[in-house]
Design a protein around this ligand. Structure first.
Ligand code: SF4
Ligand SMILES: [Zn+2]
Ligand SMILES: [Zn+2]
Length: 364
């Protein structure tokens, strides 16, 4: 039996063997997979992309039937693809989960207001309920107001602490105990690298966990994109013509993370598998007994510092291993700054800056 080469749908000429998809061998390859440089067609790309995420979900038993799950939705490419994929896989494989969208409004004019407009469109496109929790309603501060008094340099420190609490509070409001986020393989490898570069062994051991939760918290977080490359998420969003918001935040990412990101991108240019390799290295790292003892002694000391009343912040009642939670400490510094702004303009940063220095000295 003789083989007939498939016809190129564009120029109507027979395709050469080297132009064929390396998976199905019957359609023209149009994508070089960033993950392994395999040349594949669009249909096979959709199939492998979706199946790999499904396998991650099943192998790690991320969901149970009847579970209510909140998808952290920011309108960006990662979370938009996550919303789309979660709905698709839930229907295709009958996970039996109830999905809701949960968004945080940090109060960043020209960035978050536009990206939330995207989330609202996604809500209609995917027919999923949406809950929005704002920093203003929770903390009486927007990120724009925080940056105005605390400066741009520490914006992500404030934003990260407040977002963590805001997501938990939003999930609690919905009566949901599981939040899925769009953290991808690049983010995870970056975190592993950062912890190595900082020598933060305690965090290093936990940085590749697919499911995390704060001690005592009923709310868990999971990352179905743990093994998914950022470049493939962008390709998927592009070829599926998903509606997402691509503008970067007005405030620069933390300088150290930015440097680790650049380092990883340079490594990826030479060896594309390095992202997965870094994650696998992180997964297989085991602390030496001596280190473990030091870390556990530190944990014991921290535990001694804990107050008796069920690990809740005295001020806001949020879960905390200290008497006052990280968020309330930051808010206190901000309030001092707000007060000093009204008294003396050039001492505006004192309260926030001092609090941040104090916070950096504390270990949580
Ligand atoms: S870049 Fe920083 S300030 Fe902007 S949304 Fe992210 S964490 Fe918040
Ligand atoms: Zn194919
Ligand atoms: Zn608090």
């Amino acid at each position: 039996m003789s083989w007939t080469a498939p016809i190129d749908p564009v120029n109507k000429k027979p395709l050469k063997v080297s132009q064929l998809c390396e998976i199905c061998h019957c359609r023209k390859a149009i994508i070089k997979r960033p993950k392994n440089l395999q040349k594949i067609c669009k249909e096979c790309f959709f199939y492998v992309f979706e199946t790999e995420i499904h396998n991650t979900i099943v192998n790690n038993k991320l969901f149970y039937k009847g579970e209510r799950v909140a998808v952290g939705a920011s309108g960006g490419k990662d979370s938009t693809v996550l919303c789309y994929i979660m709905k698709l896989l839930n229907e295709r494989h009958n996970y039996g989960i109830d999905i809701q969208l949960l968004s945080i409004d940090e109060g960043i004019v020209g960035y978050r207001d536009d990206s939330l407009a995207t989330v609202k469109r996604n809500q209609k496109q995917y027919g999923l309920p949406l809950e929005i929790v704002s920093y203003k309603e929770l903390y009486n501060w927007t990120m724009d107001e925080i940056v105005a008094v605390a400066g741009i340099r520490n914006s992500c420190t404030y934003c990260g602490v407040f977002r963590r609490q805001a997501l938990d509070r939003g999930a609690q409001r919905l009566g949901i105990n599981h939040i899925v986020t769009g953290h991808n393989a690049d983010d995870m490898a970056e975190t592993v690298l950062m912890n190595i570069l900082r020598g933060d062994v305690a965090r290093l051991e936990k940085s590749t966990s697919i499911i995390t939760s704060s001690s005592g918290s009923p709310i868990k977080r999971s990352k179905p994109f743990k093994y998914t490359y950022q470049k493939e998420i962008v390709l998927y969003a592009h070829y599926k013509k998903l509606d997402y918001f691509s503008t970067e935040c007005t405030y620069a990412p933390e300088a150290f993370r930015g440097t680790a990101r650049e380092l990883m991108k340079n490594l990826e240019g030479i060896r594309p598998s390095c992202i997965i390799d870094i994650i696998h290295s992180g997964e297989n790292l085991v602390l030496k007994e001596k280190k473990k003892r030091i870390v556990s002694n530190q944990s014991e000391q921290q535990a001694k510092k804990q107050f008796a009343d069920g690990n809740r912040c005295e001020r806001c009642n949020y879960l905390s291993s200290n008497k006052i939670c990280k968020g309330c400490i930051l808010l206190e510094g901000l309030e001092k700054s707000r007060a000093s702004v009204s008294i003396e303009c050039d001492s505006a940063n004192d309260g926030a800056a001092r609090t941040l220095r104090t916070l950096e000295r504390l270990s949580f």
